[in-house]
Ligand binder design. Structure first.
Ligand code: 5GP
Ligand code: ZN
Length: 114
């Protein structure tokens, strides 16, 4: 756990979130400012700042984050079309520096993203 990290605090239960999935490695909750009718965040409980920091030792963990994201998309009835986004670094729009997968759906998504 990293001090002053909001997602570590959500993972430890110190800060509330609208959780929809939890196991020993991974947590998922609704984004507080949804950008689509369904906007889920999936995080590893392990603190990594960003996708740019992930190493080979995190392959299984990050694979699990994505598999759970897809399972939750189906469970949340957006399995017919959803988008995965990982923002890495300020220039990509990352604002919370604990790695997280955005799962967006429930509306027609546009391309290219801004
Ligand atoms: P980023 O811009 O870093 O890729 O995404 C961070 C996301 O976390 C944003 O979509 C933002 O709305 C969400 N977020 C920030 N703080 C909180 C919080 O305290 N609770 C929840 N549920 N989402 C948050
Ligand atoms: Zn963290």
């Amino acid at each position: 756990m990293k001090k002053d990290c909001i997602f570590c605090k959500i993972a430890s239960g110190e800060f509330p979130a609208d959780k929809i999935y939890e196991d020993e490695d991974v947590l998922a909750f609704y984004d507080i400012r949804p950008q689509a009718p369904k906007h889920i965040l999936v995080i590893p409980k392990l603190h990594l700042d960003s996708p740019g920091e992930a190493k080979e030792e995190h392959d299984a963990l990050m694979g699990k984050v994505m598999r759970i994201g897809a399972d939750l998309a189906k469970r949340e009835k957006i399995g017919d079309g959803f988008r995965f986004i990982f923002n890495s670094g300020e220039n990509a729009g990352q604002t919370v520096f604990h790695i997280h997968l955005h799962v967006l759906g429930g509306r027609r998504m546009t391309w290219p993203p801004g």
